[in-house]
Design a protein around this ligand. Structure first.
Ligand code: FRU
Length: 328
């Protein structure tokens, strides 16, 4: 009798372990997603891609999305809320798309240090203390833009304008650095540069100042397409749009690519949102698989000669940061 009882208890125990591990596997992961702003076209598009990717895995994932509406303090508070949600078992991982780099670095580190799977997307932070970074390679994009312009300006003593994104973000810093690297040694001079905060209206205003100060402007390098379009509108109302080449970054079908088609811009480089990769990476983490430290996405050039796009660079997975840094 005793033996039968013991066997029954063992069977019950084995059964409950089996059931609970099955339950753990089946359990949905709740993603806390902190987005810096949804009021820009590129970010609205990023959100749509995110929703589609989550929807494809709705049996495994659930999304809790917070939009900070371009407010650093609000985004910090929303991340704090996610941290306490994690402590209370209400979310399982976090994706942070920070408005700026420095003010979010300690928070990213805090999430990671408490053991929460922490993904940083698009705008980099100033620490390696995260699970995975996923985004476009802004050095590659900046260099590609510089090489494109260098080729077009060959044989000319060229003067240009650089409309910068928010320079407190890594994408703007790297787009600036990559471009300058690529035009080094060429007879090209940036005679006017301004931080236009990624915004079309500010880009237009800065370009109006540049036009009023300089008679010769041969090129405009803008860190994104909205500011490039602002520059075009300013040049057009000054009757000078045909004197210069204007290029930008983002390459969205209804924005940059459309402007290239209509001749309002001369080239655009796609800056991928990375949302499909982000969701794939979260699913891997959920299954307990290892993921790369950084996933850097390539770009695609659209211009008159490449109306259907030309891929520049390759997607890269970086597993070993030290080895990667030693290479550079
Ligand atoms: C949107 C945006 C894009 C740009 C990206 C850089 O907020 O300004 O136009 O490519 O952010 O992070």
């Amino acid at each position: 009798m005793k033996r039968i009882m013991l066997l029954a208890v063992c069977l019950l125990l084995v059964g409950s372990v089996f059931v609970s591990s099955e339950a753990a596997e089946k359990k949905k992961w709740r993603i806390g997603f902190s987005q810096c702003n949804l009021g820009e076209q590129w970010r609205a598009n990023m959100y749509e891609e995110l929703l589609r990717a989550v929807e494809r895995h709705s049996d495994e994932l659930e999304l809790i999305h917070k939009d900070a509406q371009l407010d650093t303090t609000r985004q910090q508070a929303q991340i704090r809320e996610f941290i306490s949600n994690y402590e209370n078992g209400l979310i399982d991982c976090i994706v942070i798309v920070p408005k700026e780099s420095a003010p979010f670095t300690p928070l990213v580190k805090e999430c990671y240090d408490m053991g929460m799977p922490t993904i940083v997307a698009d705008r980099d932070v100033l620490t390696d203390d995260y699970t995975c970074f996923i985004g476009g390679d802004n050095m590659v994009v900046g260099r590609a833009a510089g090489e494109w312009m260098r080729e077009k300006m060959a044989g000319k003593s060229a003067k240009g304008v650089e409309l910068q994104g928010m320079m407190t973000t890594v994408p703007a810093q790297e787009r600036n650095k990559g471009f300058l690297e690529a035009i080094k040694g060429a007879d090209m001079e940036i005679i006017f540069r301004a931080d236009a905060n990624w915004m079309e209206a500010a880009g237009r205003k800065e370009m109006e100042s540049a036009l009023s100060r300089f008679d010769q402007i041969d090129f405009v390098y803008s860190h994104n397409d909205p500011m490039a379009h602002g520059a075009y509108l300013a040049a057009q109302s000054a009757g000078r749009e045909k004197d210069m080449l204007i290029i930008g970054i983002d390459g969205m079908p209804h924005e940059g690519i459309a402007y290239v088609k209509t001749g309002q811009m001369d080239a655009t480089f796609v800056y991928p949102s990375g949302m499909d990769t982000t969701i794939e990476t979260i699913l891997k983490l959920k299954r307990g698989e290892k993921v790369p430290k950084r996933i850097m996405l390539n770009t695609t050039l659209y211009d008159k000669d490449n109306p259907n796009g030309k891929t520049v660079g390759t997607n890269r997975e970086i597993w070993d940061l030290e080895a990667e840094r030693a290479k550079n």
